[in-house]
Design a protein around this ligand. Structure first.
Ligand code: PEP
Ligand code: MN
Length: 337
């Protein structure tokens, strides 16, 4: 439920309401608006006599939250969430581009690619050090050595880092290097992992599961937020359908739907969605036109030799060309890139 405080409610009134709710076993999430404060209260309503809350000073109204995703939904929070990753904002007017290879393979090629994507206008550098591969015989990532190379690339370029964690045992380690922790599609419903990253302060990039409905995806975000980490960025990366012409089927309709249902920012991964570098440009444009707050694109200095996802990786020169084209689309929808 949502406790709406009246516009003259003092900080003390707000604290008292929160105190009472926690005594009753509720978790509280205050949202301090420009005019009013609202307090989201999550817990078992059977323990509540709403009269006890209504009579507290400063309380204006109490309304139920109908959707199952209480904290990720628009009912509680109407203004869009803007996530600060250092000086980069995700969910604001500027479309944020994350780019880099699928995996960190070696220091030289990674640093080289990092410099090039930075030059082309990317603000966040991607790269997997723990790779969730379909085959156990495929390259699994350089693990901490890969994270060290990422940190070096950050020192050189100033780019922020996004990298995936696949195991609860590695969350502390990954969080100590990453600026954004990625939860991959295959782990979207790994609830222990979601809770673990929810207990950290670092923003989380939550990819949509291979066969996840939007509601399931938002419930996964709810797991993270309910542990206290509100900085969740959703990422549409294509879903499984009957179509096999592309690796996955990109669901661009998810963007306006998510925008309506949730306050969280949403970005698109056209690389994993299509599996083919040739389609990345068109789908990137489509994503921006449809309202995406950002893109995450795979770029590799030599895609033919990539240890992972070469066929969908752009060469740095192509990435740079696409970046300049994207600014026209961003401008057309009154955004910058
Ligand atoms: C990735 O970003 O490298 C990745 C494995 O993506 P996904 O989880 O969307 O398949
Ligand atoms: Mn990949």
């Amino acid at each position: 439920m949502i406790i709406i405080m009246d516009q003259h409610a003092s900080r003390e009134n707000i604290d008292d309401v929160q105190k009472k709710l926690s005594e009753l076993g509720f978790r509280t999430h205050p949202i301090f608006g420009e005019v009013k404060t609202v307090i989201g209260a999550i817990g078992d309503k059977r323990h509540l006599n709403t009269q006890e809350i209504y009579t507290l000073p400063g309380v204006e109204n109490i309304v139920p939250i109908m959707k199952p995703y209480k904290l990720a939904g628009r009912e509680l929070k109407q203004v869009p969430t803007v996530i600060n990753v250092g000086d980069v904002q995700i969910g604001g007017n500027k479309v944020v581009v994350m780019a880099g290879p699928c995996a960190i393979e070696n220091e030289k090629s990674y640093i080289d690619t990092a410099k090039k994507v930075k030059e082309a206008g990317a603000e966040i550098l991607r790269g997997g050090a723990f790779k969730p591969r379909t085959s156990p015989y495929d390259f699994q990532g350089l693990e901490e050595d890969g994270l060290k190379i990422m940190a070096e690339a950050r020192d050189i370029t100033g780019l922020k880092l996004v990298t995936e964690v696949v195991d609860t045992r590695d969350v502390d380690l990954v969080a100590s290097y990453a600026d954004i922790i990625q939860i991959g599609a295959r782990n979207m419903q790994n609830f222990r992992l979601l809770k673990e990253v929810g207990m950290h302060k670092k923003p989380v990039l939550l990819k949509r599961g291979l066969s996840a409905k939007i509601e399931e995806w938002l419930m996964a975000a709810e797991y993270i937020i309910s542990e206290g980490n509100e900085d969740v960025i959703l990422c549409e990366r294509g879903i499984r359908t009957f179509e096999t012409a592309t690796r996955n089927t990109i669901d661009l309709s998810a963007i306006p739907v998510v925008k309506e249902l949730s306050h969280l920012p949403i970005i698109v991964d056209p690389s994993h969605a299509t599996g083919t570098w040739k389609y990345v440009s068109a789908l990137s444009k489509g994503a921006i036109a449809t309202g995406a707050d950002g893109l995450i694109i795979e770029v590799h200095s030599d895609p033919n030799c990539a240890l992972c996802d070469g066929p969908q990786s752009l060469r740095p020169s192509k990435f740079s060309q696409i970046m300049s084209e994207l600014s026209h689309v961003a401008n057309a929808v009154e955004r910058t890139i």
